[in-house]
Design a protein around this ligand. Structure first.
Ligand code: SAM
Length: 247
């Protein structure tokens, strides 16, 4: 069969600058934001005429930053602790024959300025610079299936976790979040909370109590123009340091 070519119609500018820490599905972190900038020749107001009537939209995108083009018929979903294998088509893994992602996100605002047309989105699970190949309105009458069953993926990971860790901010990081929100409108504190509630660590480290004697184990992510660092302690997850990138 002939190859099918897809044309990117837009590019994502996301709060997530690296893969580590991105929620595993859209809407798990409502404070996660992105702008979808339409590319020429699709950057025309008429191409999105009527979209403002919808609160949510489907975005079809390319997992452009997967490590290899190889695919396997089975993969290990993180929510099964990385131990059990399932068929690739029974999962939402990024490693698939065609690296296409599909996310339902909130449409916050549509902006049209000269030749720039972009959509402000929230609840996203996209990496920065993700190419987008399609946008479709979310239709509750067709897309909400109230009697759908969903097997192993029956709840978000944070609800599954038996030893939920508390998320604690130091006085400095709390103040930083408040100042940053005042300056930029970005709800940084909530976003950090929502990301850490999903416990972004590898499956083998999750749900293990932190030994009292152990040195704190630091982890970090980049969000917008910031680097954030936290560690796991017996008291919970401590958000310890927030710095502007390149300072
Ligand atoms: N909601 C989409 C779906 O179901 O098709 C994506 C689900 S996928 C499991 C979500 C993960 O994809 C994120 O946690 C992030 O690690 C990864 N991801 C997001 N954007 C990506 C990109 N452009 N390239 C590679 N991986 C990406």
């Amino acid at each position: 069969m002939a190859l099918i070519h897809l044309k990117p119609i837009g590019i994502i500018h996301s709060c997530f600058k690296q893969k580590f820490g991105i929620p595993r599905q859209s809407r798990l972190a409502p404070a996660a934001t992105a702008e979808l900038v339409l590319l020429p020749p699709y950057n025309r107001a008429e191409a999105i005429k009527g979209l403002e009537q919808f609160s949510h939209i489907w975005i079809t995108f390319i997992f452009h930053q997967i490590q290899s083009d190889d695919w396997l018929p089975t993969i290990r979903p993180p929510r099964l602790g990385g131990k059990q294998r399932l068929g690739v088509f029974a999962t939402r893994s990024t490693h698939r024959p065609n690296p296409l992602g599909l996310s339902a996100v909130k449409l916050e605002e549509i902006c049209v300025q000269d030749s720039e047309v972009y959509l402000k989105l929230s609840g996203v699970d996209f990496l920065d610079k993700t190419p987008v190949v399609d946008i479709k309105p979310y239709l509750p009458y067709a897309d909400v299936i109230t009697d759908a069953t969903y097997g192993y993926a029956d709840q978000p990971l944070d609800e599954q976790c038996p030893n939920k860790l508390q998320i604690l901010f130091t006085a400095d990081t709390q103040q930083f979040c408040a100042d940053y929100q005042k300056q930029t409108g970005r709800v940084l504190g909530s976003l950090i909370q929502q990301i850490l509630a999903q416990d972004p660590r590898p499956a083998y480290l999750r749900n293990k109590p932190v030994p009292e004697s152990e040195q704190p184990r630091y982890h970090g992510i980049s969000l917008w123009d910031l680097n954030i660092r936290w560690y796991y302690s017996t008291a919970g997850i401590v958000v310890d340091d927030i710095q502007f990138v390149n300072t």
